[in-house]
Design a protein around this ligand. Structure first.
Ligand SMILES: NC(=O)C1=CN([C@@H]2O[C@H](COP(=O)(O)OP(=O)(O)OC[C@H]3O[C@@H](n4cnc5c(N)ncnc54)[C@H](O)[C@@H]3O)[C@@H](O)[C@H]2O)C=CC1
Ligand SMILES: O=C1[C@@H](O)[C@H](O)[C@@H](O)[C@H](O)[C@H]1O
Length: 327
């Protein structure tokens, strides 16, 4: 993901250039910076933050490394775009929230890119417009072709479903308050011991039910869908994003293989917005509080997976700096 963001900053985005790249794996750092002129390459993240020309930082290390990177950026007053999950452990996520609240101003935008996807944006505008009445249910599908090596049953929730958690909070404009996880029969295509697929059911403050089928070794494509069922109609996104090829023997709809294809436009819009806001001295998009809320709900989901029961979500007090759900 980091290499893709480097490419994006270099070739797609206007108003920014890559000044430094850090990865403890020197080969990966060099590969990410290959072909770019004037880029400092480091294996020590702190050294990259202090490199000449660095005015903002994009974090795309694994989730457990995000807390240290965010705090290091805050200590240098650097605006940050941090990939999801902000910090997978809610206690660590809360430390990030507390550190930013102590600064008294936002520096972090969290990389929940669904909020920048054209289809999700249309769904959000429709729900906010009110013509369908109140949302009653969201039915979501999140399928990956295959999971990365070492992917755990907990990561189906705190890495993959974290996107649906944020999208549901954003679309509904309210918190998720409880979660239950059911285990269908596991797929023979999943690595041994991985609970895949899972069926995750969230409840919201106002009683909206949000169900998510997450299946990260489906083998047949990268599919992300969301259908909102409301009092006066329903709206579904996630099926347009494909070319249909018709030949004499029939029609064939292409299926994306991964997120880099399906959400390419969303990542571009997300990073361009971040660069534009940063240059204007503003911080927009999903906040550190949204990142904390997603981690807290996901952690409740992991406990629900383990216990088989319904787990309530119990948030810490929200600092005044943050909206309940940023728009
Ligand atoms: N928004 C989205 O759709 C997606 C987001 N992601 C997120 O991007 C992040 C990275 O994921 P992947 O690229 O799939 O992981 P990856 O494991 O392929 O790459 C992570 C890289 O970070 C490096 N690294 C480890 N510790 C580091 C540190 N302290 N500082 C700097 N670099 C460090 C590793 O050496 C590795 O090269 C994760 O937070 C993940 O959840 C990943 C895929 C899609
Ligand atoms: O964020 C992402 C990955 O980290 C995660 O592992 C995948 O399941 C998601 O589809 C992708 O968007």
């Amino acid at each position: 993901m980091g290499a893709d963001h480097v490419r994006r900053l270099d070739r797609v985005i206007s108003g920014a250039r890559v000044a430094a790249v850090a990865d403890p794996d020197a080969e990966r750092a060099k590969a990410a910076a290959a072909g770019l002129a004037g880029v400092a390459v480091h294996t020590e993240p702190g050294a990259a933050l202090d490199a000449p020309g660095v005015g903002a930082v994009l974090i795309a290390s694994p989730g457990p490394a995000h807390e240290a990177a965010l705090l290091a950026a805050f200590a240098r007053n650097l605006p940050v775009l941090c990939e999801k999950p902000m910090v997978p452990d809610p206690a660590g996520a809360l430390r990030v929230v507390a550190a930013e609240a102590r600064l008294g101003r936002r520096l972090a935008q969290i990389g929940f890119m669904r909020r920048y996807d054209a289809e999700y944006l249309r769904l959000k505008a429709l729900l906010d417009g009110g013509s369908l009445g109140r949302p009653l249910m969201l039915h979501c599908v999140h399928r990956n072709v295959s999971s990365p090596p070492g992917f755990t049953s907990a990561e189906l929730i705190n890495s993959s479903v974290s996107h649906e958690i944020d999208a549901a909070r954003w679309l509904l404009g309210e918190e998720l308050t409880a979660v239950t996880v059911r285990r269908p029969v596991s797929s023979g295509g999943a690595p041994a011991g991985l609970v895949d697929p899972q069926f995750v059911l969230f409840e919201s403050e106002r009683g909206v039910l949000v169900d998510v089928e997450v299946f990260v070794n489906c083998g047949f494509g990268y599919q992300v869908r969301c259908e909102a069922v409301c009092e006066a109609g329903s709206a579904r996104v996630g099926e347009e994003h494909a070319m249909v090829v018709t030949r004499a023997d029939g029609a064939r709809r292409e299926v994306a293989r991964d997120y880099l294809v399906r959400f390419a436009d969303a990542y571009d819009r997300e990073v361009q917005d971040w660069v534009d806001a940063t240059r204007a001295g503003r911080v927009t998009g999903p906040s550190a509080w949204d990142g904390y809320a997603a981690s807290l709900v996901a952690e409740a989901g992991v406990r629900a997976l383990e216990s088989g029961g319904r787990v309530a979500v119990e948030p810490a007090p929200r600092p005044d700096l943050y909206a309940a759900v940023s728009r």
